[in-house]
Design a protein around this ligand. Sequence first.
Ligand code: ZN
Length: 249
Amino acid sequence: MKLFDAHNHIQNCRSSAEGDAALRGASAAGVAGMLVCGTCPADWGAVLELAGRDKRVVPCFGLHPWFGPEDGWLDRLEEFLARTPSCVGEIGLDGARPAPDQEENFLAQLELARKLDRPVVIHCVKNWGRMLELLKENRPAVFMLHAYGGPAELVKDFAALNGYFSFGGEITDPARERLRAALAAVPPERLLFETDSPEPDATSWRSGPAGVVEVAEAAASILGRPTEELAEASYANALAFLDRLWPAG
Ligand SMILES: [Zn+2]
């Protein structure tokens, strides 16, 4: 079985030994690719370094909506993006954690993605209507909504803008009925799975990229499809999302 972890932050592993263990675990589980997402200028270097060390890592560079801008950040971001095939992200809107200039920073990064023709990795919490509006007005070539938590009714609108939808282990919880309904509403060719790992001391899906297996299994049982088929399809979807950006060569 071949899988793709569409969103993680393994640059945040507490030591390089822990990072190596996460990558080894991914190999054992059949994780053949992953998007490792930077969140601020301070972690972009570590993301770049991981991509240089492991060809499965697709680097993403962006200013996360929780973080405020610092001097010169946008120029530095463009430098990182220019250095290697990469996505713009993690960027977005978070209505639960507003930071200074959140919307302005999101728009500046969407513009950079258009200029460099890069896929965009988006974080959105409690701001789905505004997100849809902004994406319509400032449309990137392709984007993914990581840990999709919006209503099932909006799926078709985001999909029409060339959006992909990534789901994490939250779907393993039977109580999350609205989330599971949103999953079922996603067109099969736009579906991705993620771990958003690492979570310190997590024991299940969120401990590392290998946890994406558990996510695919949960999705398979919700959608009534074989896990293997869904895993392969999500891997193919990740390749389509990245277009010619990855794998290199
Ligand atoms: Zn994230």
